[in-house]
Design a protein around this ligand. Sequence first.
Ligand code: G4P
Length: 522
Amino acid sequence: MKITDLEQEINKRKTFAIISHPDAGKTTLTEKILFLSGAIRSAGTVKSRKSEKFATSDWMEMEKQRGISITSSVMQFTYNNFNINILDTPGHQDFSEDTYRTLMAVDSVVMIIDAAKGVEAQTKKLFKVCSDRGIPIFTFVNKMDRQGRDPFELLEDIEEVLGIQSYPMNWPIGMGKSFQGVYDRILNKVHLYNEQKEHHSYNLNDDGLKGDKIKELIEPDELSDLQDTVSLLDEAGDSLDLDAIKEGKQTPVFFGSAITSFGIPAFMEHFLELAPEPQGRESDQGQISPSDPSFTGFVFKIQANMNPAHRDRIAFMRICSGKFSKGMEAWNDRTNKSFKLAQGQQFFAASRGNIDEAYPGDIIGLYDPGMYRIGDTLCGTKNTISYGELPQFPPEHFAKVRAKNAMKQKHFYKGVAQLSEEGAVQVYKTATMEETIIGVVGVLQFEVFENRLKSEYGVDLEILPLPHTCARWVSKEKPFKVESSNYQAHDQQGNPVIIFENDFSLRWFQNKNPDVQLNEKR
Ligand code: G4P
């Protein structure tokens, strides 16, 4: 295949995630985008999975739920001739490391903010992972049809809480009951809103907000406010800086209302223009360009399938360079073994199908008989490159675990090792007593862990939740003493770790041992 054809495929692709605090409107926005693209014919397709709430203690139900979230954890469809891959980042009770790792596989994110609530806790956490990667972040301020906070206050919130410059791409005209629409500062257009969802857009002439056309469209009072605000933004606000957007230092902000679809077509128009195509990725051999003809990709997520009878797993791979073809030979950098990539799965909201080829930016699912690990690099030729391990994220909840029945010890260790490799939990062994402690980002992971050990390894667990809140890797092991309320331990690879009771005990340790370097990520 000629490079130019490959480049054409790359330029058609956008791979992103939508992040938000629960209830800000992620499901609604996703659904409306799918609807506008023509990928779904009626509203409710995506939404219905949310209503399938499950009893977390019921393993079969949980499998079902996880099955559902497999098929919807990647959504692929076309929108205005672009091939879109949306990666789902569950923000609800199943919040886990998976959510963070998914953000390692996207080229940009859309951050939704509820206009009445501003920046919320979960958004802050997810934002941090994105901003550490320096990827572009687009902000959609949702629910403008309801009375919310002052738009300036919301921008201030974004800038102060998240530490990113904001650039309002459009400006709302009124809010809540008096919401009339938005003015698009870039395209000099007015999009008018009405509750009956009959939205209209008007191009303004060169005089923009000072011309006659706008006078016919909005009330004099609203117009005068809008004129003042927009000139203030033009004169005193930051200017649109495409480089800063690319580096994730400035976020373009859009105001709209997902539930009424208001502002979404305009948002998508700008997003598709500004969001990057699949980007190069750092490897042990330097930056690999997506247009490099050698096929490479990495596994960022592994999930057990919904069919417990077969217990097959799917490894989610992001393609980074070259072309994937069904049946091609690939090498795994960790095992240095080659195998045939017999069947790739492509995902849509509620279904999946086999594919013959895929390109950089695409996410494909590979059947995993246990040969993949999170962070594996797959290459079309032997001994080429490695994208290295994916970062491990600091767990926030800890528990001591052991098998209730001592005769099941062997199965217990096997299961613990497997689930640790899958990235389902982080596992530590205490230095003195060799007790097993597991650490998770979201508490639901404890239940997944317990259920899977029982159903897959036949082990009943005793779980003792610990009050501890943070673990730190110790990068230089110098002699030091750990207070008895904290645990000195090792991770699965034998790296030294300290598990602290709280921030205070962490700071206390740090003050007493300034020479010991503590790291949040391995
Ligand atoms: P999430 O995935 O981020 O958790 O949020 P989701 O889309 O489920 O939206 C959360 C709630 O906010 C839903 O209401 C949804 O209808 C509402 N919502 C989303 N976008 C808008 C908007 O632009 N304006 C207004 N006014 N509401 C919006 P719910 O009552 O929790 O659920 P439902 O009964 O509507 O399904």
